[in-house]
Design a binder for this molecule. Structure first.
Ligand code: SF4
Length: 237
């Protein structure tokens, strides 16, 4: 074959090959844009679903707690959180502000969350009931008026927590204290026995630990919570 013809064929092969590479680059970029858009859409969809659910909670009077509350306390944090914390129920401060885990317990929870490298905004925080369980429901403005929720109240409110779990779909749920652990897992063991053990709720890993309020009462419990957090950090990688 004449040399000129060989060069012409080689040039054409080079052009075709470059076109092929360009096409693949374009496809890769296009796929990345599509995935980004899809993730953004999913995030928005989760956010919207949570807003709708929160409005349902605001109007809820399924149990007696709905008649004495000052504010419903739905939950706070990232709609795509890997880690979800579930406490017992709103107390005095939460009832007045409408945000979960404020005050001394809230500060301690923030520190616990920070100890495993997260901020409060990166996790999701809620309670097993969304309204303040009170000893004296006629006096929502009285301090030290908190109590644990009754089983009937937990059962009535469980629908909202289930929906939150379904929407957020976290990798790990951390139940804080006896009420949240027993309410979610439907078990009889004490928190001191079950804490740090891996359980499952609707195929999502659950790790129970002590409630921050318990740590404020008994500093010796801190070491157990620290052990549980280390385990969580290791699982999340
Ligand atoms: S505690 Fe739950 S079920 Fe009861 S009124 Fe409040 S939102 Fe409704």
């Amino acid at each position: 074959m004449p040399r000129k013809k060989v060069i012409k064929i080689l040039k054409q092969i080079k052009i075709n090959f470059e076109k092929f590479l360009e096409f693949n680059d374009y496809n890769t970029i296009d796929t990345r844009i599509y995935i980004k858009k899809e993730n953004k859409y999913k995030k928005l969809e989760r956010y919207n679903k949570l807003i709708v659910l929160e409005n349902e909670v605001k109007n809820c009077r399924k149990c007696d707690l709905g008649n004495s509350r000052l504010h419903t306390v739905f939950g706070e944090g990232s709609e795509k959180a890997k880690l979800m914390f579930i406490g017992e129920g709103p107390g005095y401060e939460e009832d007045h502000i409408g945000i979960p885990f404020v005050g001394k317990s809230g500060k301690l929870l923030n520190n616990i969350i920070a100890s495993i490298g997260f901020t409060r905004k990166e996790v999701y925080i809620t309670n097993i009931v969304k309204c303040h369980p009170m000893l004296d429901k006629a006096n929502p403005d009285r301090r030290n008026n908190d109590r644990a929720p009754y089983n009937t109240e937990i059962k009535n409110c469980m629908y909202y927590l289930n929906e939150q779990i379904k929407i957020i779909n976290p990798k790990i749920i951390v139940t804080l204290g006896k009420s949240a652990t027993k309410g979610l897992l439907n078990i009889k063991e004490n928190i001191s026995t079950i804490r740090g053990n891996i359980k499952y709720y609707q195929q999502i890993m659950v790790i129970p630990t002590y409630h921050p309020a318990a740590l404020l009462r008994n500093i010796n419990l801190k070491k157990y919570v620290w052990r549980d957090m280390k385990k969580i950090k290791k699982i999340l990688g």
